[in-house]
Design a protein around this ligand. Structure first.
Ligand SMILES: [Fe+2]
Ligand SMILES: [Fe+2]
Length: 169
């Protein structure tokens, strides 16, 4: 950990432990976004069929947003005197977003996206709680990102509802 020059708020010496804990949470968030980018690229290319097009277009847009989130988390890690981890530290977790057996299985993709977004919402809600009263800048940033993830989740829940209404899910 580098020596800090400012001595108030999250940069204060007495907040060092909290700052390091927040960096750990941000590293986890960074990896979640990176893995989501990988999963959404694959799932925006693999699906077959007329019905897949809406999902493909939606995921193509999300890839850019999730990449932007990863960059924001990386920058915040640096601002808190952390170091953005290298790729050898990456450990995958999105078993539910692996390619389905059949590439026309759009429901598998929709459910996987909902699970990924739900996981992100859970983790970011925790970051917002852990930064409360300690690091309002990280809290603000993560609140805005949480808003994006809620929008993604709601959109894909709508897709799922349509498939359910037609007896396809
Ligand atoms: Fe994201
Ligand atoms: Fe998202």
């Amino acid at each position: 950990m580098e020596q800090t020059t400012a001595a108030t708020g999250i940069y204060a010496d007495e907040n060092r432990d909290q700052r390091e804990r927040i960096i750990g949470l941000l590293e986890q968030a960074y990896w979640m976004e990176i893995e989501t980018v990988m999963s959404y690229i694959a799932n925006s290319v693999n699906p077959d069929g007329v019905r897949a097009q809406e999902i493909i277009e939606s995921l193509q847009q999300d890839i850019q947003e999730e990449l932007g989130h990863a960059q924001q988390f990386a920058r915040r890690i640096k601002e808190l005197y952390g170091v953005v981890p290298g790729s050898m530290d990456f450990a995958p977790a999105q078993s539910y977003l692996q390619p389905p057996a059949e590439q026309t299985d759009i429901v598998h993709v929709i459910r996987g996206v909902i699970e990924a977004e739900t996981g992100a919402i859970g983790h970011y809600t925790r970051v917002i709680e852990e930064t409360d009263g300690v690091d309002p800048v990280t809290q603000d940033m993560v609140t805005a990102i949480l808003h994006d993830e809620q929008g993604h989740k709601r959109l894909f829940e709508g897709f799922l509802r349509e498939y359910e209404a037609e007896g396809l899910a």
